[in-house]
Write a protein that binds this ligand. Sequence first.
Ligand code: VGL
Ligand code: ZN
Length: 201
Amino acid sequence: MQDAPHALLVIDVQNDFCPGGALAVAEGDVIVPGINALMADFAVVVLTQDWHPATHSSFASRHPGAAPFSETRMPYGPQTLWPDHCIQNSTGADFHPGLTAGRADMILRKGVNPAIDSYSAFFENDRQTATGLDGYLRSRGITAVTLVGLATDYCVAYSALDAARLGFAVTVRGDLCRAIDLNGSLSAALVQMQEAGVTLA
Ligand code: VGL
Ligand code: ZN
């Protein structure tokens, strides 16, 4: 068991991010057994779930003529346009069937607002709209978080950077994450996390 005030954040281990899914991450499913085993070491386990309405503005399908993986501008800044994924109540939005989801103390759903994407588990992509996770962790006495899951360079990195900014001690277990790696996004995310004081283990 880790020191008591330490939470495991399991980011978006969902069917659509695993092989065969709508936004598949290479080897996204390979990390599942390792994540299940790691849960035993933590007093608090939080699972996150990307949970989009079918009309979500991060979907290329909502932008006539735009290709998936192209970039657009939103009022809150640049936004990558994705294939439709993790639609609320769809099989693609379900956790990977091998994940021990029953172990979770809390399940946080994000990306629900059709107008704003939310990579981070703490703030939507406007960097201002809070999800409530910060308050949950603080009220449970958590001061350190370890992150695993999908994808290293998007939801894991954004969550890790926000956690560091909020004052948590942050570790990312790179061996239990997998990346999308779009136009150098993985190396950029690794540099940003290093600069923010995130421990990459
Ligand atoms: C994610 C792109 C779009 C992720 C979610 O979980 O990393 N990436 N939505
Ligand atoms: Zn998404």
